[in-house]
Design a protein around this ligand. Structure first.
Ligand code: ADP
Ligand code: AMP
Length: 214
């Protein structure tokens, strides 16, 4: 099963992708997480990506596409995967299609998590991420048991630099310009599914499981 998560930054793609990955036993592939790991490890790719990410801009397609295609080839992706944060542009979607076509495969579901812009700012300013394991929380909607300490690994929680209000506005306009057209792209292919992302995360998950034919 190959699934793409679509939606604005902060719509809840990562939250849902982690739950789907666990339920269906397929890996969660987040380009944002991969890029942040590169920054943390001081790689050349990380240094290049950081200049774009800090401004709320997209990292150039050529840096991201090969990263994802290499990831598919790993053994844990043989039964499928969930892509979170990729594709984010039409050229990325076309590159993905070409790479899959070359091996006789295609995406099964593109799930769009719909959340209006006015909710997004609240979601992102309250999001906290673990510096050690990357787990994501929200100070109001999904708090940790102990303030500022990750439930999973005990790591410290931070507000991502690109979740600061001045960057969130940029990310939203980049989303509308460059990523939103993917909704129509996958609609035309007949694989688009829409879910209401404004309800409780458990209810969003239930709607997704229904789509995936649980
Ligand atoms: P994305 O991966 O789309 O950028 P996240 O999954 O990181 O978004 O979610 C953004 C923030 O909103 C996080 O702090 C998360 O805990 C919170 N969140 C996710 N889904 C919901 C929901 N259904 N209701 C309220 N808050 C949510
Ligand atoms: P995310 O964790 O998905 O919110 O991504 C954080 C940031 O990483 C984005 O704002 C972009 O700068 C960069 N990024 C992640 N995925 C992509 C992608 N597919 N294409 C370009 N940039 C990306």
């Amino acid at each position: 099963m190959k699934i793409i998560m679509l939606g604005a930054p902060g719509a809840g793609k990562g939250t849902q992708a982690k739950m789907i990955a666990e339920r269906y036993g397929i890996p969660h592939v987040s380009t944002g997480d991969i890029l942040r790991a590169n920054i943390k490890n001081g790689t050349e790719l990380g240094a290049k990506a950081k200049t774009y990410m800090d401004q709320g801009l997209l990292v150039p397609d050529d840096l991201v596409v090969d990263l994802v295609i290499d990831r598919f080839r790993e053994a844990d992706c043989q039964n499928g995967y969930i892509l979170d944060g990729f594709p984010r542009t039409i050229p990325q979607a076309e590159a993905l299609d070409r790479a899959l076509q070359a091996i006789g495969e295609s995406v099964d579901y593109a799930i769009n998590v719909e959340v209006p812009d006015e909710n997004i700012v609240r979601r992102m300013s309250g999001r906290r991420a673990c510096v050690s394991c990357g787990a994501t929380y929200h100070i109001v909607y999904n708090p940790t048991k102990v303030e500022n300490i990750c439930d999973v690994c005990g790591g410290e929680l931070i507000l991502r630099d690109d979740d600061k209000p001045e960057t969130v506005q940029n990310r939203l306009s980049v989303y509308h310009d460059q990523t939103q057209p993917l909704i129509e792209y996958y609609n035309k292919k007949g694989i688009l599914q829409q879910v209401d992302g404004t309800v409780d995360m458990k209810d969003v998950f239930a709607a997704i499981c229904k789509i995936l034919g649980e």
